[in-house]
Design a binder for this molecule. Structure first.
Ligand code: HEC
Ligand code: HEC
Length: 203
């Protein structure tokens, strides 16, 4: 019965084909070493959360690592990303998107709040980020926009630095200026606000 329920047919905007969550869960074993048993990640800068993340966004990132647009050779080698099929990648991403950490264990779902000026952060966020990452910080799954409110702030801080240093491209736009003017203090303020949007931190 459970097997039947797990093998769902989902329709995706990018590739309208069946995904196999059971296969995704099996394949995801090679990711657990770094991303945690349920894809919960850890609060440091180098182990992002995958559970609950939009599948379309994850597929695009995995491809970016394979193509070396994002650099992470340890991940590519450890999980043999060059040799797993596109279908397996779709299945893994669909599986992680379906993981509900709050249901498994609310402790795993917690996002640490980042200390910083959340009031200033809110101003910056509502001015420059809200239109894409949404007011509640949950992103837009169909448009491949990640849910910042579900991600660890220390990891996000590092990614924003990567955007500033032109080591990663934000929003598919090499000319993107979103982060050019932000000081480290502004970034901390933004993350203080974004982390307060995490469902586990909503008062
Ligand atoms: C050896 C450790 C390791 C393994 C194994 C690993 N990853 Fe990662 N992964 C990382 C690190 C470190 C990052 C962040 C790197 C960076 O800063 O770009 C990351 C980033 C990601 C991201 C980007 C997240 C985001 O919010 O943009 C995705 C998606 C991802 N991994 C998926 C996977 C999947 C799927 C697997 C298994 C098939 C996997 N990873 C296996 C270490 C690993
Ligand atoms: C025009 C739409 C748009 C706006 C405005 C925007 N973003 Fe993004 N953002 C994106 C997209 C799309 C991605 C996914 C990038 C990719 O595909 O590599 C992204 C990715 C990110 C990531 C990487 C997340 C991860 O898990 O690795 C961070 C951090 C981020 N944005 C922060 C911000 C902040 C902070 C602002 C406001 C100062 C902002 N963005 C404004 C579209 C936008």
């Amino acid at each position: 019965m459970k097997r039947l329920l797990l093998t769902l047919l989902l329709t995706f905007p990018l590739a309208a084909q069946a995904v196999d969550l059971e296969n995704g869960q099996k394949q995801a074993r090679s990711c657990a070493l770094c991303h945690g048993h349920y894809g919960q990640g850890t609060p440091g800068p180098a182990s992002p959360r995958l559970a609950g993340t939009p599948a379309g966004y994850m597929v695009k990132q995995i491809e970016a690592y394979i193509n070396e647009e994002r650099i992470n050779p340890r991940m590519v080698i450890t999980s043999s990303l060059h040799s797993i099929s596109e279908q397996d990648i779709d299945d893994i991403a669909a599986y992680y998107e379906s993981v509900n950490l709050e249901k498994i264990n609310p402790v795993l779902n917690r996002i640490p709040e980042w200390p910083g000026d959340a009031t200033r952060g809110r101003e910056l966020y509502e001015g420059d980020c809200k239109s894409c990452h949404r007011k509640n910080g949950m992103g837009k799954s169909r448009k491949g926009i990640p849910a910042l409110a579900l991600q660890y702030p220390r990891y996000l801080f590092r990614q924003i630095k990567m955007f500033q240093w032109d080591k990663r491209i934000h929003d598919d736009d090499p000319e993107d200026e979103t982060f050019d003017e932000l000081t480290d203090r502004d970034i901390e303020a933004l993350l203080a606000y974004v982390s307060s949007l995490a469902p586990s931190n909503k008062k």
